[in-house]
Design a protein around this ligand. Structure first.
Ligand SMILES: NC(=O)C1=CN([C@@H]2O[C@H](COP(=O)(O)OP(=O)(O)OC[C@H]3O[C@@H](n4cnc5c(N)ncnc54)[C@H](OP(=O)(O)O)[C@@H]3O)[C@@H](O)[C@H]2O)[C@@H](O)CC1
Ligand SMILES: Nc1ncnc2c1ncn2[C@@H]1O[C@H](COP(=O)(O)OP(=O)(O)O)[C@@H](O)[C@H]1O
Ligand SMILES: [K+]
Length: 462
């Protein structure tokens, strides 16, 4: 910022914001625009963008939350462009009759939920038919965590400046943002080298996925062991194997009580009639899906010196000290309910603060943790490693057994040699994309998700 003339970043932000607002309106000339303007720089961005729209013939009114502390230059610019001001007491009709409302109450400077006056405005806005554009982020969300304390603005579109904020990517706050558009204001050089949160994209995942070479054989590609299923839940074993067969390992070895079901569906599976301890060499174990109440296979897998993925019943049956103290890496893949049990808090508390929960689990268990749900987050045990957020999922994945497919897939990538963080990230990405392809706007099943994995893989790598 020191190298730029004063206000340059704000002008870039306002220019991008005004252009995005113009795109969101059928036409700018004659449209009615209401600005909700707080006393900080977020309000100032909003006033400058409002001035640009006013110069193009929009009728612009700024509702000032703190009239005596509004950014003076920005306010002057709006008034000179023909805009007008109002106080919060006059806001109701302005919000009701607007075509477009810009939410500039607070941006990254807002903490701890909206104050009463702003809460009142957010309530009026929720009842307005106008298109709502959040400036930088929807006011009231916690920018750094994705938590929402009390009321927040619900936007149709969020125009964010310089970089995505964690709150725009993590539920529950993410759901308030609508679609998110990033405006480059030339901040790249000043951003931290190690972000708090990363969201991998196609090319990042393509670089991680294993590919066989001329020298490959099935053992060199990795063998993944699946210790899953029970007489009560044979399907979990079938689905974990279904995911594992599409994850890049050269072979899948199964141990457990669902041998017949697994072989009937996947004759290519190697079967061992012992526990993981004597099952023969594998490069990674998946333990727990549908395991019911037998702790022995889980304990045997944890006693090996290869990476272990624990899911579902495995998370409950595992000895916690063993997880913490084992030398080889461990990957835990809980949903919010399982995470809550591991942390000794409620499911609601996990869902309200996913970033905190995933970091705390990784720290407490000295393991990599993939927290499933509407937002999938992955944290490494080292607190300085950026947490990863997966962007490909779809709520259609909330179908029984889709988590079993994910655990097989991630285990297969572990066996192929990816680190737990990369295996979990690549698996979540492929699984999310496969879920979209399988669903394509209609209900789908876990088995269809598994069958769509190769299409997702091809899409990423070609
Ligand atoms: N940094 C950059 O490079 C760039 C930053 N840019 C922009 O600046 C924004 C950050 O601006 P900022 O730092 O002035 O803070 P901001 O978000 O306006 O909030 C602080 C104000 O809100 C108030 N307030 C606080 N909490 C509240 C609550 N719960 N409920 C209600 N009010 C609350 C608080 O009042 P006070 O505590 O003083 O009474 C204070 O006046 C950023 O999001 C982006 O839009 C761009 O121009 C591009 C370059
Ligand atoms: N609302 C949602 N939006 C996106 N993905 C979801 C949602 N709900 C669940 N999922 C995903 O669906 C899968 C469900 O896994 P899990 O809860 O373990 O189900 P199961 O135990 O039936 O296999 C996970 O990958 C999870 O991230
Ligand atoms: K805002």
């Amino acid at each position: 910022m020191a190298r730029l003339p004063a206000g340059a970043l704000m002008q870039r932000a306002a220019a991008g914001l005004a252009a995005a607002c113009a795109d969101a309106l059928p036409r700018v000339y004659g449209s009615r625009v209401t600005l909700l303007t707080g006393s900080g720089d977020n309000g100032a961005d909003t006033l400058y963008a409002g001035a640009r729209l006013a110069r193009r013939g929009a009728s612009v009114t700024a509702v000032l939350l703190a009239p005596d502390r509004t950014h003076p230059e920005a306010l002057k610019t709006l008034l000179r462009a023909g805009g007008t001001t109002a106080t919060a007491t006059d806001a109701a009709p302005l919000l009701q009759h607007a075509d477009l409302v810009l939410d500039g109450i607070v941006g990254i400077g807002g903490k701890g939920g909206l104050r009463p006056e702003a809460t009142h405005l957010a309530g009026l806005l929720a009842a307005s038919p106008a298109t709502v554009v959040a400036v930088d982020l929807p006011s009231g969300i916690e920018p750094d965590t994705g938590e929402v304390h009390g009321t927040a603005v619900r936007a149709d579109l969020t125009i964010t400046f310089g970089t995505h904020k964690p709150g725009l990517l993590i539920d529950p706050a993410r759901a308030y943002a609508g679609s998110v558009r990033l405006i480059d204001i030339g901040l790249a050089a000043t951003l931290p080298h190690t972000p708090a949160l990363e969201s991998l994209q196609h090319a990042d995942i393509a670089a991680l996925l294993p590919r066989p070479t001329g020298e490959s054989d099935k053992y060199r590609r990795g063998v993944v062991g699946i210790a899953a299923g029970s007489t009560r839940y044979p399907g979990a074993a079938v689905l974990a194997v279904a995911g594992a067969l599409r994850g890049g390992a050269g072979a899948v070895r199964y141990v457990g009580a669902a041998t017949d079901a697994v072989l009937a569906r996947f004759p290519e599976t190697l079967i061992s009639h012992t526990g993981p301890k004597k099952a023969g060499r594998v490069q990674a174990w998946v333990a727990g899906p549908g395991a019911a109440d037998d702790p022995a296979p889980v304990a045997e897998a944890l006693a090996t010196d290869v990476p272990v993925l624990l899911d579902a019943d495995g998370l409950r049956l595992a000895d916690r000290d063993t997880v913490r103290t084992r030398k080889a890496p461990t990957l835990l893949t809980p949903h919010a309910g399982e995470a809550a049990a591991l942390l000794g808090i409620s499911r609601e508390e996990v869902e309200a603060a996913r970033l905190t929960a995933v970091r705390e689990l990784a720290r407490r268990y000295d393991a990599t943790v993939l927290l499933k749900g509407s937002t999938t987050l992955i944290a490494a045990p080292d607190p300085d490693t950026p947490v990863r957020v997966n962007a490909t999922g779809t709520p259609w994945l909330a179908t029984a057994g889709s988590g079993d497919v994910l655990s097989g897939l991630a285990g297969s990538l572990l066996a192929a040699g990816l680190s737990p963080l990369d295996a979990a990230s690549a698996a979540a990405y492929l699984h999310g994309l496969a879920g979209r392809y399988a669903a394509d706007g209609a209900p789908t099943s876990a088995h269809d998700v598994a069958e769509a994995i190769p299409r997702a893989w091809r899409d990423i790598t070609t």
